[in-house]
Ligand binder design. Structure first.
Ligand SMILES: [Mg+2]
Length: 324
C-alpha cells in the first residue's frame, strides 16, 4: 500500500468518528495523547479477527466493521467498563474504496452509539485481518472479574443463547443467507455488546464474563477463577422465538450451551440482589434469566427438568474460532 493510498484509508476513519474532550491529540500524530478521568482505572482489551477464521471474508464489510468493534466493547462490558477510545490495525489485500467505506461506516455507527473515539491505527498490506484495541474506564476499586463467585450465588445470562451459533451452523451446512432468519443472521453479524448491562451490574455482580465461546466454556472460566462449581437448568436457557421456530419442538441444547458469538453476559449475583436484577432487566428492557446456582462441588452440571444430568458432546460444526 503506497503512501497516498495509506492517507486515503486514513481519511475514511478520521472523518467518521466522534470527538471526545478527553482526547488531547487524536489521529494524525505519532501517538495519541489521552486524559483519563481522575479516580478511574483504565480497562484495556484487544482482539484480532482473521478472514475465514473469525468471519466470512466475503461478508458485508459493514457488518465486519461493526463486529470488529462489537467484540471488544463486549469485553469492556464484561468488566463493567464505560467505553472511551479505540485503536484499529487493518491488514488488507488491497485498499478497495467501496469495501473501506462500508467497513468504516459499520465501525463508526457502533462507535458513535457508545461515544467511542478512534484515536489511532495502522494499515498494512496482507491477508485481511482486523485488530482492534478498546479502552474504557472503571471507578478505582471496581470492575467485574471472573473470580468472585460465591457458593449460593445465582447465575444469570442476558439476552438469548444460540442464535448466532444457529445462523453459522445453517450457513456452514450450505443454506443461503436469504433462507436464514434475518434475526438469527443479525445476531451473528451484528452482535450488540451489553455495555449498559455491564455498567448496571458493576456494583452488584460477584463475577462476570462475556459469552464468546459458548456458555459452557465461558461459565467454566468463572468457576475455575472462583474455585467453585455450579449447576444450571437446561430448560431455563433463554431461546429466541426465531431459534425455537427454526428448530421446531426438537431443541438441540448443544447450540445454546456451546455455540459462541452471542456476546451476551454471564454473571453471578448474591440471592439478596435478585430483585435488583429484575429492576435492571425492566429498566434496560433486556431479558435477563437466572439459569443456575453456584455450589461448592467443582465442575459444571447441567440438569434436566426430571433432575437427570445432560452433557454436551463435541461441537463438530464449530469451524470458526471466536474472538474472546
Ligand atoms: Mg471476553
Amino acid at each position: 500500500v503506497g503512501t497516498s493510498e495509506f492517507a486515503l484509508i486514513q481519511q475514511f476513519f478520521t472523518q467518521l468518528t466522534v470527538g471526545r474532550d478527553d482526547v488531547v491529540l487524536g489521529i494524525g500524530d505519532d501517538c495519541a495523547l489521552l486524559q483519563p478521568p481522575p479516580e478511574y482505572w483504565l480497562a484495556v482489551t484487544i482482539d484480532t479477527l482473521v478472514a475465514d477464521v473469525h468471519f466470512f471474508a466475503d461478508a458485508d464489510p459493514q457488518t465486519i466493521g461493526h463486529k470488529s468493534l462489537a467484540v471488544n466493547l463486549s469485553d469492556l462490558a464484561a468488566l463493567g467498563a464505560r467505553p472511551a477510545w479505540v485503536t484499529l490495525a487493518l491488514t488488507l489485500p488491497e485498499p478497495e474504496h467501496a469495501w473501506l467505506a462500508a467497513f468504516s461506516r459499520g465501525f463508526a455507527r457502533l462507535a458513535e452509539q457508545h461515544n467511542v473515539q478512534l484515536i489511532g491505527g495502522d494499515t498494512t498490506q496482507g491477508p485481511l485481518t482486523i485488530t482492534v484495541q478498546a479502552h474504557g474506564f472503571v471507578p478505582v476499586g471496581q470492575g467485574m472479574r471472573r473470580a468472585g463467585a460465591q457458593v449460593g450465588d445465582l447465575i444469570y445470562v442476558t439476552g438469548t443463547l444460540g442464535d448466532a451459533g444457529l445462523a453459522l451452523q445453517q450457513r456452514l451446512q450450505g443454506m443461503a443467507w436469504s433462507s436464514i432468519s434475518e434475526q438469527l443472521r443479525s445476531r451473528l453479524e451484528r452482535p450488540e455488546p451489553r455495555v449498559q448491562a455491564g455498567l448496571a451490574l458493576r456494583e452488584i455482580a460477584t463475577s462476570a464474563i462475556d459469552i464468546s465461546d459458548g456458555l459452557w466454556g465461558d461459565l467454566d472460566h468463572i468457576l475455575h477463577a472462583s474455585r467453585c462449581g455450579a449447576h444450571i437448568y437446561l430448560e431455563r436457557l433463554p431461546l429466541s422465538p426465531d431459534f425455537i421456530a427454526a428448530r421446531g419442538s426438537e431443541v438441540d441444547w448443544q447450540l445454546p450451551l456451546t455455540a459462541g458469538d452471542d456476546y451476551e453476559l454471564c454473571f453471578t449475583v448474591s440471592p439478596v440482589n435478585q430483585s435488583e436484577i429484575e429492576a435492571i432487566s425492566a429498566r434496560l428492557q433486556l431479558r435477563i434469566t437466572q439459569i443456575g446456582v453456584i455450589e461448592a462441588m467443582p465442575g459444571l452440571r447441567c440438569l434436566r427438568e426430571d433432575a437427570s444430568q445432560w452433557s454436551p458432546g463435541h461441537a463438530g460444526y464449530e469451524h470458526f474460532r471466536n474472538a474472546d
